[in-house]
Design a binder for this molecule. Structure first.
Ligand code: AMP
Length: 242
């Protein structure tokens, strides 16, 4: 192995590693579904801030107690709380060769924090330090509303269904493990409207943030999930040429 240079540990397997992948897009765009496909293909973890926060809420941690009310209203949890949670998650060994950020960053301030954080860390894969690959999933507003109101998920394996487009074989039951499917508390129409508003006002400015850094790739996600997945995987494989 070559000697570490300037705090960077060169990985013998870094060729083909993907580094940092950021999935940007409104709630319901399919980030979680695509993150699972990317995770399986490149063997890097999916880090969903929404899932981590929901775990904290269900375990009634201090963070969970602070986040619960805000999440139920469809607004964003304060930057500092989310950034601390992400920093802790990125310190786990499974992130050394890369990771997928699903639902983070969501504000320009979180994106600035992430840039500084990545620059200050020693990951095994030097690509984690460089500009991340940022994929923006684009879906039209009414399609999002329909996706979110029809969304059901399995509390055991995390698989996501949609009663309109991708129903389970038996109504309300997971195909994989037979668990009864659940509807997220914040997938009620009044909360959905607030979440989409938060996306437009606080997260859309990130498109400009990453575009100006030359690493943003837009994907039309208003298509069958397999087509979106094929384009996503190809984009990541060609990451160096973005
Ligand atoms: P999601 O599952 O990504 O739709 O997130 C569910 C909720 O968790 C959001 O509506 C926010 O209240 C909160 N949340 C998730 N990620 C973030 C983030 N990066 N910044 C602030 N709040 C977040």
């Amino acid at each position: 192995m070559s000697a570490p240079t300037a705090g960077i540990v060169e990985s013998e397997t870094s060729t083909g590693d993907v580094g940092t992948v950021i999935l940007l897009g409104p709630p319901g765009a399919g980030k979680g579904t695509q993150a699972k496909v990317i995770s399986a293909r490149f063997e890097i973890p999916q880090i969903s801030t929404g899932d981590l926060l929901r775990e904290n809420v269900s375990h009634e941690t201090e963070l969970g107690k602070k986040a619960k009310q805000v999440m139920n209203s469809g607004e964003l949890v304060p930057d500092q709380l989310v950034c601390d949670m992400v920093a802790e998650r990125l310190s786990h060994g499974d992130c050394r060769k890369g990771f997928i950020l699903d639902g983070f960053p969501r504000t320009v301030s979180q994106a600035g924090w992430l840039d500084r954080f990545l620059a200050s860390q020693v990951f095994e894969n030097k690509k984690c330090f460089g500009a991340p690959i940022v994929i923006q999933y684009v879906v039209e507003y009414n399609a999002l509303l329909q996706r979110l109101t029809g969304r059901r998920s399995c509390p055991t394996c995390g698989r996501i269904y949609n009663v309109h487009f991708q129903p389970p074989r038996t109504a309300d039951v997971c195909d994989v493990d037979g668990t009864r499917l659940v509807t997220r508390k914040d997938d009620r129409e009044d909360v959905i409207v607030e979440r989409l508003k938060a996306y437009e006002q606080q997260t859309l400015p990130l498109v400009e943030y990453y575009q100006s850094r030359g690493r943003l790739l837009k994907i039309d996600a208003d298509r069958p999930m397999e087509q979106v997945a094929a384009e996503t995987l190809a984009a990541i494989e060609n990451g160096d040429r973005l």
